[in-house]
Ligand binder design. Structure first.
Ligand code: AMP
Length: 420
């Protein structure tokens, strides 16, 4: 099927042509006609399936049809709420691209930065607002946003929204929205609590589902390298010697781990940057921009920071550690092989993580191909339960010793300073 068969208006088709999109993805093919028919939608889809365009394109078209060229006086018509700043910015960028030949006005608001420029943009008048929940409620309470004329409401990534503790914000928001509206609800998974929430938002919705729960995209090739804990970094550098890996999104479980990887890669002259919760919004934006422009080879991200990152044609994902929750693995590798592109996911497993690989294989119901013959093979065996217990005790003891020593040296330094 082609976009031209979808009843879209010329300004939208021209914008899609500029992006080089010819065929709608399955979620787009199913959703666009339903949204144009003013149906409520319950969409089960992960990022990477093209869901942003699936809701943005018909919304832009409907707003263009409501308000025509009177956009300057038009009130806020559509509210799109999404859990992370990165995702909000990306949705707004997509809307900018798809609406470039219409006069639709839009803006994005999110927390963690000063509100002034966001308030200025709101004052100029917008028809489509993309927002994260906290900043949205804040600016509503300050009187900068009125939801009275909302015709369309989108709740994006509902499952992550709840994971991140936004349920009360969502409930507050629902009370402020006009009852007579069209609502679109998207979530990668649909457990009971999400389904219940959707029922409080949607009216007789049409269900659109593209990827079955917990399945890995078929277009992603997956490989695992077994190694020892101490050889992980050398193995990573060895893997990155492959020049086919022009750019890679690398996952680290912890923020400190992510920083350590960046420091170590620097020693091997490999350009990388980390994005995680301890970095400022500006640092995160810069790293993401450099990565998108091709000026950064390795983007190191924690799971939370990586949520909603949208990078065109990302081929490679590396798991520097194996998540103990197998669904996280599925989310991570879903960042490659987007919208029909072939993706490659490489995982590096140390002995203690071998069991997590087994869990992933059980979840995805397929075995992951093992890379043999690399220079840093796994020679150690996983600890037994008793050894692990012993090791945890030892770690605890070392930690206490470290803190005790730090306290001692801190105190003596304190005395030195007070003497001066
Ligand atoms: P999303 O699931 O919205 O994060 O989109 C995933 C990626 O696919 C984004 O990089 C989009 O720019 C891209 N994309 C969306 N729709 C299409 C399409 N019909 N053809 C090709 N690429 C697309």
């Amino acid at each position: 099927m082609k976009f031209t068969e979808l009843d879209l208006i010329d300004p939208v088709l021209s914008a899609l042509k500029d992006k080089g999109y010819e065929e709608p993805t399955p979620i787009q093919e199913k959703s666009i006609p339903l949204v144009l028919d003013r149906e409520d939608l319950l969409g089960v889809a992960q990022t990477g399936t093209g869901k942003t365009a699936a809701f943005s394109i018909p919304i832009i078209q409907l707003i263009h049809q409501f308000d025509g060229s009177h956009h300057r006086d038009a009130p806020l018509r559509c509210l799109i709420v999404t859990p992370t700043r990165e995702l909000a910015i990306q949705i707004d960028e997509n809307i900018r691209d798809y609406s470039k030949y219409t006069k639709t006005s839009h803006t994005v608001i999110f927390g963690g930065v000063k509100q002034h420029s966001q308030v200025q943009a709101l004052k100029r008048g917008v028809q489509i607002l993309v927002a994260t929940p906290g900043r949205l409620l804040d600016l509503i309470s300050q009187g900068y946003i009125s939801l009275d004329d909302i015709k369309m409401f989108v709740l994006d990534e509902a499952d992550r929204m709840l994971d991140m503790g936004f349920i009360n914000d969502i409930k507050k928001l629902l009370k402020l929205l006009p009852a007579d509206r069209q609502s679109l609800f998207f979530s990668a998974t649909m457990p009971d609590n999400i389904l219940q929430l959707s029922k409080t938002i949607l009216d007789n919705p049409k269900k659109v589902e593209v990827t079955p729960k917990s399945s890995t995209a078929e277009t992603i090739k997956q490989y695992v390298y077994y190694t020892n804990r101490v050889t992980k970094h050398s193995l990573l550098v060895h893997i990155l010697k492959n020049e086919d890996i022009e750019q890679v999104l690398l996952f680290s479980r912890t923020k400190h781990g992510a920083d350590r990887i960046v420091r170590n890669l620097k020693k091997s002259n490999i350009h990388s940057a980390a994005i995680h919760g301890n970095k400022s919004q500006n640092q995160r934006q810069k790293a993401l921009k450099d990565f998108k422009n091709g000026n950064l080879r390795v983007l190191v991200a924690t799971d939370i920071a990586a949520r909603g990152i949208d990078i065109d044609k990302l081929r490679y994902v590396i798991n520097y550690d194996i998540p103990n929750v197998p669904e996280t693995y599925v989310h991570r590798i879903g960042r490659s092989g987007r919208a029909g592109e072939e993706g490659i996911a490489l995982s590096i497993s140390e002995p203690e993580e071998n069991c997590f690989i087994r869990d992933v294989e059980k979840l995805i119901n397929q075995s992951i191909e093992v890379v043999e013959g690399h220079p840093f093979p796994q020679t150690e065996r996983p600890m037994t339960a008793a050894e692990k217990k012993e090791w945890n005790k030892e770690k605890q003891r070392r930690k206490q010793e470290f803190h005790a020593n730090r306290k001692k040296s801190g105190n003596s330094r304190g005395r030195q300073y007070s003497r001066r």
